[in-house]
Design a protein around this ligand. Structure first.
Ligand code: EPU
Length: 339
């Protein structure tokens, strides 16, 4: 068990790189540690905030009380057969390292999710997804500590209610579950997923006719490196908003006025619109207010050029929401958690 660190700068622990401090911080690398910190925070009656990789957080003020930083590691095969291998990963494992490791082993399923910043424990929370896949497609179960009862629970994937950037961990179990490990079932004889046009194009440019999971992994790494800012260079938390899902009537209205508007029909008759396109149309791409800005290559990504405060980024995001609403009548929802 590590010691309590006090008055800790969060800039280096969150991908937005915003200057904010945590009153107290404790790093936990086991379930026993989690339970001990929970007890300590309760005994001292201080608020407790859970931090993973910090890649989906915007700090708008210093954090009072205790921050518990999840550093539970581990990669353990828990089941295997001729077709699949099921691996349990500690919540503190780096997501990208885990994906790279599965690809090195020749196990398919997560390769389209290469280079997503953050930790394994955060992945089921918002059901991370990119380039035609979501972590839900391989998830078997999620194990967590219940903050109220200090007991361990395991939910199978169905009970996690995964949806587009959604799960039970953002609703009924919000501020209740501290995820400690996640199990994924991977394919030993994988078929690749090249449904996303960007991936197909990248493979074509690379002259790859029969892609392996390694090829898809490399293609996704190349696309993301080109399009998305590296948080180590420019602070950001990936997509700041979710892509809005609208009913067929709204889609038809918008489409008739904007023939080139990207939209993706969903199984239930709704349409997913590209928030980046809506924001871009409103002229925000590359916009900069001091050190708070909209990325030059991807209008969905808000960036901190160095000295922005969380409030400045939040303020900019509100102006974007208002302008998209004025122009299209669509309300953008935040993907990033605001502290
Ligand atoms: N577009 C614009 N302007 C821009 C950027 C994009 O018009 O500045 C258009 C593109 O031409 C395309 C459409 O918007 O037609 C969608 O763009 P893109 O393929 O880049 O994906 P996205 O919808 O903006 C989503 C995820 C990303 C994920 C990519 C790839 C959400 C909120 N975001 O972005 O996830 O990497 O698809 O699958 O669903 C994240 O969640 O942090 C994230 C980066």
């Amino acid at each position: 068990m590590n010691t309590v660190e006090t008055n800790i700068a969060l800039a280096g622990l969150t991908s937005f790189g915003i200057a904010a401090k945590a009153q107290q911080l404790m790093r936990v690398d086991s379930v026993a540690d989690v339970l001990q910190v929970l007890k300590a925070a309760e005994a001292d009656a201080v608020p407790l905030t859970v931090l993973g990789g910090g890649s989906n957080v915007l700090c708008t003020h210093d954090v009072r009380g205790m921050v518990m930083k999840i550093e539970i590691m581990g990669r353990r095969i828990v089941a295997e057969d001729d077709a699949t291998v099921t691996v349990e990963f500690g919540a503190g494992e780096s997501w990208h390292d885990v994906v790279a490791w599965t690809v090195e082993n020749g196990w398919g399923g997560l390769e389209n999710l290469a280079l997503i910043p953050g930790t394994v424990g955060a992945a089921p929370m918002q059901n991370i997804g990119a380039y035609g896949t979501e972590q839900a497609s391989c998830a078997v179960s999620v194990t967590y500590v219940d903050r109220r009862t200090h007991t361990m629970h395991t939910l199978d994937a169905d009970a996690c209610a995964f949806g587009y950037r959604e799960s039970v961990f953002k609703h009924a179990l919000r501020d209740v579950a501290i995820i400690t490990s996640v199990r994924y079932r991977l394919q030993r004889h994988p078929t690749v997923n090249t449904t996303y046009a960007d991936v197909r194009n990248e493979l074509q440019v690379r002259g790859v006719a029969a892609p392996t999971i390694r090829d898809v992994f490399d293609a996704v790494v190349a696309i993301r490196t080109r399009k998305l800012p590296d948080p180590a260079v420019i602070g950001n938390a990936g997509s700041f908003f979710k892509n809005p899902v609208v009913d067929a009537e709204t889609y038809t209205r918008l489409r008739s006025a904007n023939a080139d508007m990207p939209a993706y029909p969903q199984a239930d008759g709704t349409y997913k619109l590209a928030a980046a396109w809506l924001i871009d149309q409103c002229g925000w791409k590359g916009h900069r207010d001091g050190d708070a800005g909209v990325h030059v290559n991807q209008a969905l990504v808000l960036v901190n050029y160095g000295g922005a405060t969380g409030r400045q980024i939040l303020e900019l995001s509100k102006r974007i929401v208002a302008s998209v609403h004025d122009a299209f009548g669509v309300t953008l929802e935040r993907e990033v958690n605001v502290w």
